[in-house]
Design a protein around this ligand. Structure first.
Ligand code: BGC
Length: 900
C-alpha cells in the first residue's frame, strides 16, 4: 500500500503550532477492492534523513490512519520535526515510506516569550483615527541559514521586513476572545532578511480589537491602545543564533498612510504619506518612541490554531453599469467578501472613492439601506507618480456592486479586481446535477460560507454586525463540513465559545461575545436577565463539536469541549422550576420563519417547545459524547436525564393520538429529527408533514430551526417527493425563488427581495447569510447520498443512500475525506421501456460504504455481476424495505432495474 498524502493536524507542513501531541493523518492507495491497512509505523526526526530520530512508533497493528497522535518525547519550542509513515496491507506486506513531511513548533509556552508588548507613544497632532506604525532597524552579523518571526498584535496588523510583507495572511491575528486568548502567527522570513542592515515594521489597524463592533457603534471593546509583540529568531550559517525582540528600542508614528480604517466602514489611505518604514536608513527624526507594556500579561498568547485569512480568489468585474440615478457601478457578478484592488494614474492629491453594496434597488440604483451603519467606503489619495496599485488593509467589505464615487479620469473595467478573502480552508465537497438552478443554489451556499468564514463563522459580512452568531453556525456546520475542511477553523471558534461561556454555563448569543450585560438588556428589549442564552444558539456548544466528530472522527475536540458541553446542559437543567423542560429566558425560537406573527422575527413554533427539543437533543449528544470518551458515570447520568426530558416532552406536547400540541411544521421536523416522539407516532407525523406541504403547494415556511432538517426527515420517512417538492419550487417562498431573482449568495430572508420587487425591512436584510443554505447538506447526503456515520465516525464507514427524483436526470457528489476521496453519482436512463438507474461509487481504501439503493436485491447488479458475486462487496442483507450492501474500497458500478 502506498501512502499518497500525509497531514499533520489536518495540514501539510504547518509552521508554528503549539500542540503537544499533534495528530497524523495519511491516505493510502492500492489498486483493487477491499484494500485495507493492518499495521502502521510513524517515525519523527530532527533531520530529513532520519538520522537524528525523535520518535519511532515501531510497527503497530492498527487499521487507523487518521487522528493518530504523536507519542514521543516532549516537543521543544521553535523546532522543526520531520515525519514519515508506512503501512502494511491485509497480506501483511509493508509499503514504502511516505514522502517526508514536517511540522514546526512555535513558542510552546507563553512564559518563553522574551519580546515585550509595546504600544506607540501618542502623537497628539496626528489624526485620531490613524493607524500606527512601529519599527526598528537592526544589524545581522552573518550569513542567515533561517529565520522565523513570531508576532501578534492588539489590532489587525501587517508585518513588513525590508520592504516586503511577511506571509500572505491578512486581518491577522484574526478574532478571538482577546482578553483570554490571543493567537500569534509564525512566518518564515529567511528570504526577507540579509546580512548587514535590516528593518522591520508593522502597521496596526483597529480591527476587531478596538474598532467598532455591533450595530450600536461600540468601540474599544478589548482595550484602547494598539500594541505589538514580536520575536524574530535568526539562525546563522555557523549555527549561532540571535533574537530581535519588540522592546523599548522601537520607534512609532501615527503619520503613516492609513489614516482611517474600520472593518465596517472602510479605509482612507493617503499614499502621499507612504514611507519606506520597513527599510533601513529611514530618517526617524519625527518619530516617537514606544512604551513597553510591562504589566500586560503574555499568558493569553497561543499559536495560530487554524488557517489564516488569505486572498483565495480573484474576480474580474463583469461590467461597469450606469444606474438611472447616473451612478457608475462596477458589477462583480458575484456577492463576495473582501476587497477591490485597483490600478490608477493621476495627479497628486486626486482621489479614488468607492462605495460597496450587495444589491441594486428595484429601480436599478445602488442600494445601501441594508448595510445599516456600515459605510463600506474606500478612499485612496494618490501620490501622483505613475501607476499606483492599491488594496485595503484593515477592513473588509461584503459586496457585489461597487459605486465609483470619484476616480481620476475615466475608469476602465480592467483597472479593477475583486480580491475574495476568507480563511484558507481547502474545499472538500462538490455537488452537481442536471438542474442548473439547483447547482446555482449549491454554489450560493458555498459562496455564503466563503463570505462568512473570515476567521470566525459569522452571520453576515456586510452590515454592522458580522458576528459569531451561534445558531447560524450551529445549523450550517454540517453543510460547512461537507463544503470545506473545517475542523481547525471551527475548533478555534469553539475554544473561544468555551472561553466566553458564562459562569452559569450559559452560552452567549455571539462568540466572541461583544454583548455585555447592559447591552444585552438593551438588545432583548427588556430588562430583567443579565445573561442572554437561547436554545438553538447556545446549543452550538454541543452540536458543533459533535458535527466535527461525525465528519472527521475528531475525538480531541470532544475532549477539549467536554466541560463546556456539560456546563451548558447543566445550565439548562437549572433553568426554571421543572428541570426537564426549558421554558424560561428570552428565546429566539424558529428565527425568521414565515409563520411568524406579523412584525415578529420569531416563528410560530412555541419557543418552550423549541428549547425543550434542543435540551433533549443536546443531552443526547452529551451522553453519547461521554460514551465515546469512556466516561461511564456521565454516560449513565446524562442518559437518564435525557430520558426524563423525553418523558416530560411527551407529557407536554404529544397528544394521545400521536399528534403534537404545537401545530407547526417546525414542531414536526424537530420531533422527528431529534427522535422526540414515540416510535409508533413517527410515521404518522411525517405523513402529516408531507400532506401539509402538498396541500400548501410546498411553501417553505420554516425558519432557522426547522429548515436545516426538513428535507432529511421527509426522506427518512419515505417522502422524498415532498423534499423535492420544497427544493424544486421556484415561486416564493422557496429556496430557488432567490436563485430565479439572480441571487449569488444565500439570503437571510426568503423574501429579502419580494416578488413585487420591493425589499424586506432594511433593518435586517442581509443577502449573504448562510443559515438557509444549510439545505446543501441534503444536496450532498439526500440527492448525492453520501453521509458519514456515527457508528464509525469520520467516514470510516459512510452511507451511500441517494434519492433520485425531482425531475433530475443525474447527480454527482465528491467528498475529500481524511481517508481519501469518495465519489458518487447516479444517472437515470431508460432501456426498452424499463427504467434503469446507474450508480457509480468510489470508496477510498480502508473505509466501508453502506449502500442503500433499492428494495430488491435481484434488480441490482454490480459491474455486470450479481451482488453476491461481486468482489469487494462484504455482505448483502435485507432490511425492512431496503437492501443493504456493505462495500469495501474500490470503484463500483451498480445498475438497478426499476419496476414498471
Ligand atoms: C443575525 C442572525 C442572528 C439573529 C439572532 C441577527 O441579527 O444576523 O443571523 O442569529 O440576529 O437574534
Amino acid at each position: 500500500m502506498e501512502i499518497i498524502k500525509t497531514y499533520i493536524e489536518y495540514r501539510e507542513n504547518p509552521l508554528g503550532i503549539d500542540i503537544k501531541a499533534p495528530r497524523f493523518f495519511w491516505i493510502s492507495e492500492e489498486p483493487g477492492r477491499g484494500v485495507r491497512q493492518t499495521a502502521r509505523q510513524i517515525q519523527t526526526a530532527y533531520d530529513k534523513e532520519f538520522n537524528k530520530m525523535v520518535w519511532d512508533s515501531g510497527k503497530v497493528d492498527s487499521p487507523e490512519s487518521i487522528q493518530v497522535p504523536y507519542e514521543g518525547p516532549a516537543l521543544q519550542s521553535c523546532t522543526r520535526y520531520y515525519y514519515r509513515v508506512r503501512v502494511w496491507n491485509q497480506k501483511d506486506e509493508p509499503g514504502p515510506w511516505s514522502r517526508t513531511g514536517w511540522w514546526e513548533t512555535g513558542i510552546m509556552d507563553f512564559n518563553e516569550w522574551e519580546g515585550d508588548w509595546i504600544t506607540p507613544e501618542y502623537d497628539f497632532q496626528a489624526p485620531k483615527t490613524a493607524c500606527p506604525i512601529l519599527r526598528r532597524e537592526f544589524c545581522l552579523k552573518g550569513q542567515i541559514r533561517q529565520a522565523r518571526a513570531y508576532v501578534t498584535a492588539k489590532g489587525d496588523y501587517e508585518l513588513y521586513i525590508n520592504g516586503s510583507k511577511a506571509g500572505d495572511a491578512f486581518l491577522t491575528p484574526g478574532w478571538t476572545s482577546y482578553n483570554k486568548r490571543l493567537l500569534y502567527q509564525t512566518y518564515d522570513v529567511t528570504d526577507l532578511l540579509a546580512q548587514g542592515e535590516n528593518a522591520v515594521g508593522a502597521m496596526i489597524g483597529s480591527g476587531w480589537y478596538k474598532g467598532e463592533l455591533g450595530w450600536r457603534s461600540r468601540r474599544n471593546l478589548y482595550g484602547g491602545r494598539e500594541a505589538l509583540i514580536l520575536e524574530i529568531h535568526v539562525e546563522y550559517e555557523d549555527g549561532t543564533k540571535e533574537k530581535i525582540l519588540s522592546d523599548a528600542s522601537w520607534k512609532s508614528s501615527y503619520r503613516g498612510p492609513v489614516i482611517y480604517a474600520e472593518h465596517y466602514h472602510g479605509e482612507t489611505y493617503d499614499a502621499r504619506k507612504e514611507t519606506e518604514f520597513s527599510r533601513p536608513g529611514l530618517d526617524t527624526g519625527e518619530w516617537f518612541g514606544v512604551r513597553p507594556m510591562g504589566r500586560v500579561t503574555k499568558s493569553v498568547l497561543r499559536a495560530q490554531e487554524c488557517e489564516s485569512v488569505k486572498i483565495k480568489e480573484i474576480l474580474k468585474p463583469v461590467c461597469i453599469l450606469e444606474t438611472p440615478r447616473g451612478e457608475k457601478v462596477l458589477d462583480m457578478g458575484q456577492n463576495m467578501t473582501g476587497w477591490v484592488r485597483f490600478r490608477v494614474k493621476g495627479c497628486t492629491g486626486s482621489r479614488v472613492i468607492l462605495s460597496h453594496a450587495e444589491m441594486l434597488d428595484p429601480d436599478g440604483n445602488f442600494y445601501t439601506d441594508n448595510l445599516k451603519g456600515a459605510k463600506q467606503r474606500i478612499e485612496y489619495i494618490l501620490k501622483g507618480d505613475g501607476e499606483e496599485v492599491y488594496r485595503p488593509h484593515f477592513t473588509f467589505q461584503g459586496f457585489r456592486y461597487v459605486r465609483i464615487d470619484e476616480f481620476p479620469g475615466e475608469p476602465d473595467i480592467s483597472q479593477f479586481e475583486g480580491l475574495v478573502l476568507y480563511s484558507d480552508l481547502e474545499r472538500t465537497g462538490e455537488f452537481s446535477c442536471s438542474d442548473p438552478l439547483l447547482n446555482r443554489l449549491y454554489e450560493n451556499a458555498m459562496w455564503s460560507q466563503k463570505g462568512n468564514f473570515v476567521d470566525i463563522p459569522s452571520d453576515c459580512p456586510q452590515r454592522c454586525e458580522r458576528l459569531g452568531w451561534t445558531a447560524d453556525i450551529q445549523v450550517f456546520a454540517g453543510t460547512a463540513a461537507f463544503n470545506m475542511r473545517i475542523p481547525l477553523f471551527l475548533s478555534k471558534w469553539l475554544h473561544d465559545l468555551a472561553a466566553e461561556q458564562y459562569e452559569s454555563g450559559g452560552v452567549p448569543w455571539v462568540v466572541p461575545d461583544i454583548y455585555d450585560d447592559t447591552y444585552a438588556y438593551d438588545l432583548a428589549g427588556y430588562v430583567g436577565q443579565s445573561e442572554q442564552v437561547a436554545a438553538a444558539w447556545g446549543d452550538a456548544a454541543v452540536i458543533c463539536p459533535w458535527t466535527l466528530y461525525r465528519h472527521y472522527g475528531d475525538i480531541r475536540i470532544l475532549e477539549e469541549q467536554y466541560e463546556s458541553m456539560k456546563k451548558y446542559v447543566e445550565f439548562i437543567y437549572r433553568q426554571g422550576k421543572n428541570p426537564y423542560v426549558w421554558d424560561t429566558g428570552h428565546q429566539l425560537g424558529d428565527w425568521v420563519a414565515l409563520d411568524a406573527p406579523y412584525g415578529s422575527f420569531i416563528g410560530a413554533t412555541d419557543t418552550s417547545y423549541v428549547a425543550t427539543a434542543y435540551y433533549a437533543y443536546s443531552t443526547e449528544i452529551l451522553y453519547k459524547t461521554a460514551q465515546v470518551l469512556g466516561r461511564q458515570g456521565d454516560t449513565c447520568h446524562y442518559r437518564q436525564l435525557y430520558h426524563k426530558i423525553l418523558d416530560e416532552f411527551r407529557k407536554n406536547y404529544v397528544l394521545s393520538d400521536g399528534s403534537l400540541s404545537v401545530r407547526t411544521q417546525t414542531a414536526i421536523v424537530l420531533a422527528l429529527q431529534f427522535g422526540l416522539v414515540q416510535e409508533e407516532y413517527r410515521q404518522g407525523l411525517a405523513d402529516e408533514l408531507a400532506e401539509w406541504l402538498k396541500r400548501t403547494g410546498y411553501d417553505l415556511i420554516t425558519g432557522f430551526v426547522g429548515t436545516p432538517y426538513i428535507c432529511h426527515v421527509l426522506t427518512k420517512y419515505g417522502h422524498p417527493e415532498a423534499a423535492y417538492g420544497l427544493l424544486m419550487k421556484k415561486e416564493y417562498p422557496s429556496w430557488l425563488y432567490q436563485v430565479t431573482k439572480g441571487a449569488t449568495t444565500v439570503w437571510e430572508h426568503l423574501d429579502g427581495l419580494k416578488p413585487d420587487g420591493t425589499m424586506w425591512n432594511p433593518r435586517m436584510n442581509s443577502f449573504n447569510h448562510y443559515a438557509y443554505g444549510s439545505v446543501a447538506e441534503w444536496l450532498y447526503s439526500g440527492i448525492g447520498g453520501i453521509s458519514p456515520t456515527l457508528e464509525e465516525a469520520g467516514y470510516k464507514k459512510f452511507v451511500f443512500a441517494p434519492q433520485t427524483g425531482g425531475g433530475l436526470k443525474w447527480a454527482s457528489v465528491k467528498e475529500e475525506t481524511m481517508y481519501g476521496t469518495i465519489e458518487a453519482s447516479w444517472e437515470e436512463t431508460e432501456e426498452d421501456g424499463r427504467q434503469t438507474v446507474i450508480y457509480r461509487l468510489k470508496v477510498p481504501s480502508g473505509i466501508t460504504a453502506e449502500v442503500w439503493i433499492g428494495q430488491n436485491e435481484d434488480q441490482i447488479t454490480e459491474s455486470g455481476k450479481s451482488l453476491r458475486d461481486s468482489e469487494g462487496i462484504r455482505s448483502v442483507r435485507q432490511e425492512k424495505e431496503k437492501t443493504v450492501i456493505l462495500a469495501g474500497s474500490g470503484v463500483y458500478k451498480f445498475v438497478q432495474q426499476r419496476q414498471g
